[in-house]
Design a protein around this ligand. Structure first.
Ligand code: SF4
Ligand code: SF4
Length: 414
């Protein structure tokens, strides 16, 4: 929940070495004999934590009083002030060009269609840039919008990846229809990604989730911010680690993450505080050895993600009076090579209601495609070709994508 970030620059492996609680290699899974906590929904626990978390309550009250737009404006103002205080007075787009990077514009049609199919989630993580929770029930993709997404997919020959995210995407009523139809339509030519929080495996009705993902050859990208129970539960909520480990074992049993099966299981790490991720390749080695040794778990790749200074993480920075320090960290580590590879150059992001964005972060900040004539929703375009030539809508949160090795939904980019 919101009180749990670290305020010091530490690394997952350091923390794990000292505080990680280890379970036996052959601890129980649902496929053998489920542990009692893993076999039940996480929703009651999440709601309980939300109800007793003063920061969460505070955000809800402010949201009701001022509305989302006003809070988003206030958040952007704080980032701008912090940037001015550290000597950055130009826009992110101009900062890239001052540092000899390429202009932020769409020269080619995007190859990745990222669909945020709904905001509902059984968790309410402290870093969540979507501000998902079990309370976000209404914000889910309709059948009509899902069919339009499929129409665009069919017309967009250059799209090679359908990246489905949320919330917990699997809990959206249209998730399985989208996956089924996309696979049928594009066959092996399409990579389909499910951004999975792992605990979703133990929600009611998801007993066959693993089998469904395997049958439709879906790549699983799963969040696991640390290989220690204490650190993961601090960031993602009580009971998350145990369920995540059990779900990873189920995925391994289906061949996911096991070399030679062709079934990809990637893990995502994000820092537990106001610091940059450690080097991706080194952390991957540590994750692989810790998870294998402690739990017998294997996976394909580790992706590191920088915490974006928006939403719940922005609230945390503000509470801790760390906004300026964090923005300075991002600016001091600006990497022009990362700027060349920011994901918005190759992604188009679709919200549950069909509106279009340059990336999922912009989606959460309600920053639509740039220009008066730019399409607003999936119903304004026939294919992703229609957005070629548009400038990308960037703002001061974008420094989160270009610090150090950079950050994207596929991990480091430089
Ligand atoms: S699991 Fe993902 S979508 Fe759900 S609250 Fe956590 S970060 Fe947000
Ligand atoms: S936040 Fe979005 S628009 Fe900004 S650089 Fe990152 S991917 Fe691009």
């Amino acid at each position: 929940m919101t009180t749990s970030f670290s305020t010091t620059a530490t690394r997952c492996e350091n923390k794990c070495a000292t505080t990680g609680r280890r379970r036996r290699k052959n601890s129980t899974t649902r496929t053998s004999s489920s542990s009692s906590s893993s076999s039940s929904s996480l929703v009651p626990e999440t709601l309980k934590e939300m109800a007793s978390d003063p920061e969460f309550q505070n955000t809800s009250t402010r949201l009701k009083a001022f509305g989302q737009k006003a809070l988003t404006r206030e958040e952007a103002k704080k980032r701008r002030r912090a940037l001015e205080n550290v000597g950055v007075n130009e826009s992110f787009a101009s900062y890239i060009e001052t540092n000899k990077g390429s202009a932020l514009e769409r020269q080619l049609p995007p190859s990745i269609l990222q669909v945020n199919i709904g905001i509902y989630c059984n968790q309410a993580c402290s870093h969540c840039h979507v501000e998902s929770s079990p309370l976000r029930v209404e914000e889910t993709m309709s059948r009509e919008t899902r069919e339009r997404v499929e129409f665009i997919l069919e017309k967009s020959e250059g799209v090679t990846t359908l990246d489905v995210t949320g919330g917990a995407p699997e809990l959206a009523p249209e998730f399985r229809n989208l996956v089924r139809n996309a696979r049928k339509m594009k066959g092996d030519a399409l990579k389909i990604i499910d951004r999975c929080n792992l605990t979703v495996f133990y929600e009611p009705g998801q007993e066959d989730l693993g089998a469904f993902l395997k049958e439709h050859d879906v790549t699983v990208v799963a969040s696991l911010p640390c290989y220690s129970e204490a650190n993961t539960d601090k960031q993602r909520g009580r009971g998350v680690f145990e369920r995540s480990i059990d779900a990873l074992k189920e995925l391994n049993a289906l061949g996911y993450g096991i070399e030679g099966t062709g079934r990809t299981l990637d893990l995502m790490y994000n820092p537990g505080g106001a610091f940059l991720p450690p080097e991706q390749s080194k952390l991957e080695v540590a994750y692989k050895s810790e998870l294998k040794e402690a739990y017998g778990i294997e996976f394909s790749n580790l992706f590191t993600l920088t915490n974006m200074p928006i939403k719940r993480f922005a609230d945390f920075l503000h509470r801790e009076k760390k906004t300026e320090e964090y923005m300075k960290l991002l600016v001091d580590n600006f990497n022009v090579s990362a700027a060349e590879n920011v994901m918005c150059r190759d992604v188009v992001s679709i919200k549950w209601d069909g509106s279009l964005y340059d990336c999922d972060f912009n989606q959460q900040l309600d920053i639509g495609l740039l220009g008066a004539k730019a399409p607003k929703t999936v119903f304004d375009v026939e294919s992703v070709e229609d957005i070629v030539g548009l400038k990308i809508a960037s703002d001061n949160h974008c420094f989160g994508c270009t610090a150090g090795s950079g950050s994207s939904c596929g991990g480091a980019i430089a």
